[in-house]
Every structure is written in structure tokens, then in C-alpha cells.
Design a protein around this ligand. Structure first.
Ligand code: AGP
Length: 614
């Protein structure tokens, strides 16, 4: 995924573009660039690597004598072509008059590239994006209108593309294009903004216009016109921009990740307050008619990627336990390519924090085609995935900036617990006292989360003690298998330590060969749970192979004091709710380990916040 911005107005264009790109850095950070239209002279500035490198290039320029009124910018997560200056956006036409930035993938770029080469266009990068530049330029040379050229060109492109486009001969406008990749227009006072995502316009624009797929906006300083790809005018109602600069500040934390980990108790308090007055009241589902949505449903398929897939694993246990409906969980990238048995009696739940993950969107679209009802669980109700939903369960966890998902995962868990309870209440599939007990425990969760967040010394010590290890094994059973997977993913993605999550019962079927004094084993376990004794046996098997043992558990287990080298404990909680609490030490262990290793915690290498390509 990449981030694109555009600005047309009287402020210092390069500064507006740079600050916009800064707030989109979570979308990718291989390289960056901007193009400025200085009274008809289009200048492009690009740099490889972090955005600071581009800042240094721009700081070396003197813009004081220029008359720049518009510009576009881009921050890249490489898909086609390595992270080089040549592949950095913006890309220019051969005559240097047309310039463009792009987020997405042009699927038919190869055949178009060959066609354009045959017509004499020269290419200077390995990107799919450059194909779009020359295609629009070819149309422009015939139609002599940027709007007409763009409309003609997009009909020849397949795939996903959000563009910002400028032309030397039409310095009064920027054209923004949206197809299967997010793009918004921010409205200001005699100035307007274009961006891939809201953080780039917070504190700048006063209102927002959400472009839909197959739409383009002709953005001038004092007005914005939206049309479809046939050139027909579309009436858009600008919406209030309900975010403040505070929403994307670090609030004094060193990293967004640590801030977002610490926001979790309040976020869960807010979710609970909106959905559940007290343990004796039915769960509200924010306008979602659970009864109608689940009517006639004989199977639930939950589809997601990454951390959201781990939330799906937890949800499977909860829904099967409380509703008795069979649930399957599938990685979206696997679901797409298998024989799909989804039908009209299936409810497909697509979980995606960003709502822009290409694999999940493709899978949800496929499930819909097979007749399933679609429920999307997302933190972005303005995202692409929502378009395919019969119902939306909003996380309302606030903007999650850090690439590592933390607060959104916890909000996914609690939202899905509440939904399962709501369905169980409608279907009378669980004893009322069980449901009210769960609701009471949910209400107590935020305070317990704060206890964990307030006692991080043991976690920090473990991080410092084990950060030199090259590998880790995480084991658990039952509902906490997802916790083992999620904890291992967090450690991998921000510390770059190889961590594998395994079903503890599977250890003896192969992974136990990995164990020795250099392979720490982290066990997630719940004293008193059905699988506790078996977990202890697995830990003893690991200990017998000289592995060092770290227990993440709901209370210190004195009965096995000598078994564990470390015990990280959280307040007692029932096994079914324990993933919410047990996951917090796993988030913090990953964070402090990455910190100890000096990693780029919020922008880990090779990653992006949302993977908008398959
Ligand atoms: C989690 O920390 C990662 N950032 C990644 O696995 C993420 O969960 C995955 O890409 C899915 O993103 P989504 O929830 O926005 O669809």
C-alpha cells in the first residue's frame, strides 16, 4: 500500500504535501517524492528510503521566489520494481508536462507498456505506474483536455488505482481518480486537499468528500467537481471531518504502538458503554439486527488476514460455544483459491481493521457471489470492504497508526464477544446466567487491563533478557492458540526475531526437535481451564529439552514454581475471555523487545499498515 496526497491553494505547497506524507508514513516508507507546479514549470523531487531523506532534498531548495500553487506527493511500499529513486513516484510523461502519483496495482500494465513502447514512449522505471502516465499522455495529445484524457485512459486500465494527476498546461486543477483504492478530498477555505487517508488532512481541511470507486474529482482551489468514469456529474455531500490533530498525536508516548496499547482500556470502556448498559441488559449491536442477520444461518465463515485472522480464531470458539453454529476460519488468501462451499445459509464475517486489505476484500466479494450474507468488522466504516456488507460492526477504536495492530485487535475481540452474546440472546442458545456472567466479566475487563498496563516491570525484564535470542516458540491450547499465534506475530513483525506459534499438543509431533537451551518457549495458559494440565505436561516436555520457559498466565502458579524461568501474570479471568487480557503482555513483550533491539517500532521493515495488493 502507498500513500498519495495532493494540494491546491495558497499555502506553502511543499510543506503541506510533506506533512501529509508524514501522516501517511504507516502506509509505506520505501521511497517518497513530490511534484510542484511552479506557474507551469513542473518540478519533481524524489528520494529513496524514509521520508526524512526527501525532506533533506527539499530543504536544500529555495522555494521563496517560486509561485507554486499546486502539487502532488507519494510515499511508497514497493510492489513492482525495487525501492529506488527511479521507481519512486511521481512519474512524468516523456515531455515532462504530465505528472502522476499512484496507489494500487495496474494488472494489465505489461501489455500496455509494450503497446506504448511500440508507439515510441520511453520508460525509465520498472513500475506499473509509469504505464498510466504515458497512457494518459497519449490520450492528452489527442484530446487536449486532462479530464477527457483521464476518462479515456482509465477505461483501458485494469486493477486498482488511486491517482493524483497534474498537467503543465492546466495549472488550475489536480485530477483525483479512485478505483479499488481509497481516496478522499478535503475541502478548505480557498484551498483543497487530496489524500489516501484521513490523517493527511486532519487539522487542515474543514470537510471531507469520500470518492467512490470509478469516480474522479476535478479539484480546483475554489471548487471540486466529481464525475463518474463516463464523465457524468455526481452530486456529493461533503461531510464533517470528525477527527482532531489529537487523534493522530503520540500523546507523549515514544511510539504510536505504545500509545495504542495503553489506549485499550478506554476504548473497551467506550465499546461496552455503547453496546451494554449493564450485565442485566441485552447487548445492543449498533443498528445491526443480529436476529435478522443470523436468521436461517447454518454456518459461519470468518475470513481475514494477519492479526485479524487471529481475532477470527478467538471468535470461532466464542460463537461455537455460545450459539452452537458451526464456524470455519480461513485466511483470505487461501479462501480465494479453494473450492468454496459457501451458500445462502452461510454468514461470512470479513474482519479487517483497515477495510482495505485486498485479499480479504476479494474473499468477501467471492463469498457474496456464492450467496452468503456479509458482515464486515472494521475500524474504518469509510473503507472499501464496507461496500460489500449486509451489515457492519464498527470497531470505533480510533485511528490506528502503528503498523502493528494492537488496540484494533482487542476491539475486534470484544466486539465479536458482544455480537456472539447478542446472537445467543436472540437464539436462546446459551443459559441466561452464563450470558449475564460473561457480560459482568466484560464490564470488569478495562480495570483488569489497566492493572496489566500498570505492572510492566517483569515484561520489560523478560524483553531485555531474551531479546538476544534468534528464535522463540509460543505454545497454547484452545481459545488461546490464537493468542500464541498473535503474540508470535507481534514479536516477528516489530523485532524481526523468528517466532512461531504452535498448538502445544503439536509440539511433540515435530517442533520439539527445535528445543534446546537457545530456544525460549513462551506458554500461554489458564490455571483451572480444561487444557491446563496438558499445558503443564507440554511445558515439562520442553523443560526436559533444556528450553527456558516463560509463562503468560492468568495468575502465578505456585504449584509449578520451579518449572518456569519467568511468570508474567494477569488478573484472574474466565478462559473464554482470557485472550483479551493475556494478549496485552504479549503486545508489550514484543514492544519492549523491539525497543531493546532499536527497531523502527511503528514502521517495521518491509511492512505496511494495510496490504492493498494481493
Ligand atoms: C498486524 O499487526 C499486521 N499489521 C497485519 O498482520 C494485519 O493484521 C493484516 O495485514 C490485516 O490487516 P487488516 O486487519 O487491516 O485487514
Amino acid at each position: 500500500m502507498c500513500g498519495i496526497v495532493g494540494y491546491i491553494g495558497n499555502n506553502a505547497v511543499e510543506e503541506v504535501l510533506l506533512s501529509g506524507l508524514k501522516s501517511l508514513e504507516y502506509r509505506g516508507y520505501d521511497s517518497a517524492g513530490i511534484a510542484l507546479n511552479d506557474n507551469g514549470q513542473i518540478d519533481v523531487y524524489r528520494a529513496k528510503g524514509k521520508l526524512d531523506n526527501l525532506s533533506r532534498v527539499l530543504n536544500a531548495q529555495d522555494f521563496s521566489h517560486k509561485h507554486i500553487s499546486q502539487g502532488i506527493g507519494h510515499i511508497r511500499w514497493a510492489t513492482h520494481g525495487g525501492a529506488t529513486v527511479e521507481n519512486a513516484h511521481p512519474h512524468k510523461s516523456n515531455d515532462g508536462k504530465l505528472v502522476l502519483v499512484h496507489n494500487g496495482i495496474i494488472e494489465n500494465y505489461k501489455e500496455l507498456r509494450e503497446e506504448l513502447k511500440r508507439e515510441g514512449f520511453h520508460f525509465f522505471s520498472q513500475t506499473d505506474t509509469e504505464t498510466a502516465v504515458h497512457l494518459i499522455d497519449r490520450e492528452y495529445k489527442v484530446l487536449r483536455s486532462l479530464e477527457a484524457a483521464v476518462i479515456s485512459a482509465v477505461s483501458k486500465l485494469r486493477g486498482a488505482f488511486a491517482f493524483c494527476i497534474m498537467h503543465h498546461d492546466e495549472p488550475d486543477k489536480i485530477i483525483a481518480v479512485r478505483k479499488n483504492a481509497p481516496l478522499i478530498v478535503g475541502l478548505g477555505n480557498n484551498e483543497n486537499f487530496i489524500a489516501s487517508d484521513i490523517p493527511a488532512i486532519i487539522g487542515k481541511a474543514q470537510k471531507i468528500v469520500y470518492l467512490d470507486d470509478n469516480e474522479l474529482a476535478i479539484v480546483r482551489k475554489d471548487n471540486v467537481t466529481v464525475k463518474d468514469f463516463n464523465g457524468r456529474l455526481i452530486n456529493k455531500n461533503p461531510e464533517a471531518l470528525n477527527f482532531a490533530a489529537e487523534d493522530i498525536s503520540k500523546r507523549g508516548y515514544k511510539h504510536y504502538m505504545l500509545k495504542e496499547i495503553n489506549e485499550q482500556p478506554d476504548i473497551i470502556r467506550n465499546v461496552l458503554a455503547r453496546r451494554m448498559k449493564d450485565a442485566g441488559s441485552p447487548v445492543a449491536t449498533d443498528g445491526l439486527d443480529a436476529g435478522q442477520l443470523f436468521a436461517g444461518v447454518e454456518k459461519i465463515e470468518i475470513i481475514a488476514c494477519g492479526t485479524s485472522l487471529h481475532a477470527a480464531m478467538v471468535a470461532r470458539h466464542v460463537f461455537e460455544e455460545l450459539t452452537g453454529i458451526a464456524v470455519t476460519v480461513e485466511a483470505a488468501s487461501e479462501y480465494i483459491y479453494k473450492r468454496v462451499l459457501t451458500d445462502e445459509k452461510t454468514l461470512c464475517i470479513g474482519i479487517s481493521q483497515s477495510g482495505e486489505t485486498a485479499d480479504t476484500i476479494t474473499a468477501v466479494k467471492l463469498a457474496k457471489e456464492k450467496g452468503a450474507k456479509i458482515l464486515t468488522v472494521t475500524n474504518r466504516i469509510d473503507s472499501s470492504i464496507v461496500r460489500y456488507a449486509d451489515g457492519v460492526l464498527p470497531l470505533e477504536a480510533g485511528i490506528e497508526v502503528s503498523v502493528a495492530a494492537t488496540k484494533s485487535y482487542t476491539a475486534q475481540l470484544v466486539s465479536l464477544y458482544l455480537l456472539a452474546i447478542a446472537v445467543a440472546e436472540v437464539r436462546h442458545s446459551a443459559a441466561p446466567e452464563v450470558l449475564s456472567g460473561l457480560k459482568q466479566e466484560l464490564l470488569e475487563l478495562p480495570a483488569k487491563m489497566e492493572q496489566v498496563l500498570g505492572a510492566t516491570e517483569t515484561i520489560k525484564r523478560c524483553a531485555e533478557k531474551y531479546c538476544g535470542n534468534k528464535s522463540f516458540i509460543y505454545i497454547a491450547r484452545g481459545i488461546n492458540l490464537a493468542s500464541a499465534y498473535e503474540g508470535a506475530l507481534k514479536l516477528k513483525e516489530i523485532s524481526y526475531i523468528n517466532a512461531g506459534g504452535y498448538a502445544a499438543g503439536e509440539l511433540k509431533h515435530g517442533p520439539i526437535a527445535l528445543l534446546d537451551e537457545n530456544m525460549p518457549v513462551l506458554a500461554v495458559l489458564v490455571p483451572g481451564s480444561r487444557t491446563y494440565d496438558k499445558m503443564i505436561s507440554n511445558c515439562e516436555e520442553a523443560k526436559a529439552r533444556h528450553a527456558r520457559l516463560i509463562a503468560v498466565t492468568t495468575e502465578a502458579d505456585n504449584a509449578h514454581e520451579g518449572l518456569f524461568d519467568e511468570q508474567i501474570k494477569v488478573p484472574a479471568v474466565s478462559e473464554i475471555l482470557s485472550p483479551v487480557l493475556l494478549n496485552i503482555p504479549l503486545q508489550l513483550l514484543a514492544y519492549y523487545t523491539a525497543e531493546a533491539l532499536g527497531r523502527e517500532v511503528d514502521q517495521p521493515r518491509n511492512l505496511a499498515k494495510s496490504v492493498t495488493v494481493e
